[in-house]
Design a protein around this ligand. Structure first.
Ligand SMILES: [Zn+2]
Length: 116
């Protein structure tokens, strides 16, 4: 697995915000932003701007920073799921699914709680 530099990281940022980053690209991206405070700040700013525009149009106000952390956590969970070896993966598959479903339900109810 290769590491990416700040320039490559920046190229992935908008894809990550749009939920279009997957697989190895996602791994490289998350690994970089975890270790590079400059890129994390850049991501934070871009995410807040992108989300704030959408929320502003809908008249919503919410703690976006927490949502970004949640997005990163959920992406990591989904990512680790892919990189476990087969044996461990089989055992953790059910557990991971439960966690993911739980998070999705939590996220959905949070979203609808605000939207309606
Ligand atoms: Zn960087």
């Amino acid at each position: 697995m290769e590491y990416i530099d700040c320039r490559q990281c920046e190229q992935h940022m908008n894809s990550f915000i749009d939920n279009k980053l997957v697989g190895e690209n996602l791994w490289q991206f998350l690994t970089h932003v975890e270790q590079c405070s400059e890129c994390f700040e850049e991501l934070e700013i871009r995410y807040l701007i992108a989300e704030a525009i959408g929320r502003f149009e809908n008249g919503e106000s919410i703690n976006l920073r927490n949502e970004l952390y949640k997005k990163i956590r959920m992406s990591k969970k989904a990512m680790y799921f892919h990189y476990f070896n087969e044996d461990v993966r089989r055992i953790l598959k059910i557990i991971s699914l439960i966690i993911i479903v739980y998070e999705l339900f939590g996220f959905t109810s949070l979203f609808f709680g605000i939207a309606f």
